[in-house]
Design a protein around this ligand. Structure first.
Ligand code: MN
Length: 401
């Protein structure tokens, strides 16, 4: 008999204007809403969110409002949400989670258990890498009514991840001081699971694609307890079609070549990440963008790599030098920088209104830069430093967070 049902959701990244698109911003909200509707349909006892609720630690009023509205729907269904803070929304002072907790029925998990049905839930917020070794992991004893214990974390761990520079999950199990039946994980955007010394550990996966490399379906996890055991079902979310298309150009190829390639599949309302390679002809990246929209795409990102010249440079790696604009665009889009960086970059590289003199440009960009400097100051404070050099993304192909 099923005792307790919990929907585990993670990495919703609310507010992310991926490819600078408001359509994508809405997608992040809509996908979270779909997960919440599933929780209400299943009439679960609780929702657990393992971090990166917001994409940025300074969400807009609109993002906060969307979030409050979604939690209110859970509240109306008498479903409490339990959460931890991810690396994307970490702040020095009041956590965003605590703020939205005041807008709805949201509780911040910690080292003292919260009882949901027969489950004792624990949580530890995202820990910056350099503080990991000194972070206490001991958990308080579960209450007598608990048959199952679950700890929520937002880090990268091996297992369930196979390789790479991750923390060792068995060390966590050895350090918590209680028996854990499950470890519910966030931070990695692809679902993964393993059993470690009898403990079930898993990543829920993210609710939307934050990078082109995330090809697998987006997921949440239904966690049920039965006779003191955990039974878990992975649920796929119905999300917007996302296509990464690489088109190779010969010297005579132009827009017609691209259009015929785009006609090969249905792109209605899809996100289309175009990569153009080969010879550079007369077609511009803007024309490629328009062609993809004419083919039905709702969101288009063009990575124009055409016309790269292979120079004989011995050991010097000059790859991409001819095309640094596209490289920067591609990197920025894939690195999940916050809105300040995107705004500054956008204005410097595409907005002709920014004065070209350094003093004038600095004045023009001052408000954005001040926000960025303040954020950097917060991060150097110790407890709030991001654990990745660039957002939080793994460079490996298997892992996205
Ligand atoms: Mn994330």
């Amino acid at each position: 008999m099923v005792e307790t049902q919990i929907l585990h959701v993670s990495d919703t990244h609310l507010g992310y204007r991926q490819y600078r698109s408001d359509v994508r911003r809405s997608d992040f909200r809509d996908n979270f809403r779909k997960a919440i509707e599933r929780a209400i349909d299943e009439d679960v006892d609780a929702v657990v969110h393992t971090g990166d609720l917001f994409h940025d630690s300074n969400p807009s009023i609109g993002d906060l409002d969307d979030c409050g509205e979604l939690f209110a729907r859970l509240g109306d269904a008498e479903i409490t949400t339990y959460g931890i803070v991810g690396n994307h929304e970490r702040k020095r002072d009041t956590g965003l989670l605590d703020l939205v907790g005041r807008m709805g029925d949201v509780e911040h998990l910690g080292r003292e258990p919260k009882l949901v049905g027969d489950v004792a839930l624990y949580g530890i917020d995202a820990v910056p890498s350099r503080s990991w070794d000194t972070t206490p992991l001991e958990l308080a004893e579960p209450p007598a009514e608990a048959n199952v214990t679950i700890l929520c974390l937002h880090q990268s761990f091996t297992p369930p991840l196979e390789s790479g520079d991750h923390h060792d999950l068995s060390e966590v199990l050895d350090s918590v001081g209680i028996e854990l039946d499950g470890v519910a994980l966030g931070h990695i955007h692809k679902p993964a699971s393993a059993e470690v010394d009898g403990t079930e550990v898993w990543y829920a996966g993210s609710t939307a694609r934050t990078q082109k490399s995330q090809n697998s379906p987006r997921t949440v996890q239904l966690v049920e307890t039965c006779d003191g055991h955990i039974e878990r079902t992975q649920i796929g979310l119905d999300t917007r079609q996302f296509e990464s298309i690489t088109v190779e150009f010969g010297s005579d190829d132009g827009i017609g070549h691209l259009r015929s390639r785009l006609r090969q599949q249905s792109l209605d309302d899809a996100v289309v990440a175009l990569k153009l390679t080969g010879e550079r002809g007369a077609m511009t990246a803007n024309e490629a963008d328009t062609a993809a929209r004419e083919a039905g795409a709702a969101v288009v990102s063009v990575d124009d790599k055409r016309g790269r010249v292979d120079l004989d440079t011995g050991d010097i790696d000059v790859q991409d030098v001819e095309d640094h604009g596209a490289v920067v665009t591609d990197q920025i889009e894939d690195e999940e920088f916050g809105p300040v960086v995107e705004r500054v970059d956008d204005r410097i590289r595409t907005d002709g209104s920014v004065p070209t003199g350094t003093t004038g440009a600095a004045e023009e960009l001052r408000p954005d830069l001040e926000v960025a400097m303040e954020a950097a100051f917060d991060e150097s404070d110790g407890a709030t430093e991001d654990d990745g050099a660039t957002g939080d993304d793994e460079a490996t192909t298997e892992v996205d967070e």
